[in-house]
Ligand binder design. Structure first.
Ligand SMILES: NC(=O)CCC(=O)C(=O)O
Length: 265
């Protein structure tokens, strides 16, 4: 299968609506691909907290409408990155959306681990509860978002739920590029999955984005890696490699479940 990661630039030079048009057009250009991926919170800006309330939308709001149409026109599965979702109670979530080739919404994941400690996402958004996997015509896709990369237990949960390919939209700061590069490779290797991590480019709210979107195979080999600026990164994935590598090096069978720490003294 062929996947493309659109490492979209996000900055203050255009409105969310203008960026939506630009993103939809870039998705339409990927007709022939099997899966197209966008970054985290690319409409509102992942670090532009003061715009989140204004740009918040429902899962059938303007971003979903525009991107569902783009998925249908491209004939590809589309991971539309994440939106600032406002639910019926008014709570905000960082929510990833996965559309199928007909533009139907087939997966929705609310980011579980909220970044910011006592600021930003950690205080302005609610956290998700659900581990989400979605069957597709090329394999089972698991969903995670940006800061989730730091929490291996979520990734174990995803492979226990059958994930063969994990997609991670992100807005990772360039200041921690080294962590991004280590963690993306490590999660693919330890879970023996394909990992597609699509970061934003550009600078918003003073945070320079890392770019360096990456496709890693279940052996931990980087199949494709972007530079720091906007670009579309394409890779061909042989999904049978998941079973081949899990059979050749069956470390997942050697897991010892239920290990607990000794009681605190
Ligand atoms: N948007 C994010 O989740 C940022 C995560 C981050 O900056 C980090 O883990 O470091």
């Amino acid at each position: 299968m062929r996947a493309s990661l659109i490492q979209l630039s996000v900055d203050a030079s255009e409105s969310a609506e203008e960026r939506r048009h630009r993103a939809a057009s870039l998705v339409r250009d990927r007709a022939g691909d099997d899966l197209v991926v966008l970054p985290e919170l690319w409409t509102a800006g992942a670090w532009s907290y003061d715009g989140w309330d204004r740009e918040a939308e429902s899962v059938d709001g303007p971003t979903a409408v525009a991107l569902s149409a783009a998925a249908r026109q491209a004939g590809a599965w589309l991971h539309a990155g994440s939106i600032v979702e406002r639910d019926a109670d008014g709570t905000l979530y960082n929510t990833a959306l996965l559309f199928d080739r007909n533009g139907e919404l087939r997966g929705r994941y609310r980011k579980i681990h909220r970044y910011g400690f006592d600021t930003g996402e950690a205080t302005l958004m609610g956290g998700g509860d659900d581990v989400v996997t979605v069957p597709t015509d090329f394999g089972v896709v698991g969903l995670a978002i940006c800061y989730d990369l730091r929490f291996p237990e979520l990734f174990r949960g995803l492979i226990d739920a059958g994930a063969e390919l994990i997609v991670i939209p992100a807005a990772w700061p360039a200041a921690r590029l080294m962590h991004w590069r280590l963690l993306t490779r490590t999660r693919a290797l330890e879970e023996q999955v394909f990992l597609l991590a699509c970061c934003a480019a550009g600078t918003h709210s003073g945070i320079h984005q890392a770019g360096h979107s990456v496709v890693v195979d279940p052996w931990g080999t980087v199949l494709a890696e972007a530079g720091p600026d906007q670009e579309t990164l394409t890779a061909d994935l042989d999904m049978s490699e998941v079973t081949r590598i899990r059979t050749e090096l069956p470390v997942l069978h050697d897991r010892v479940l239920g290990i607990t720490a000794p009681a605190a003294r």
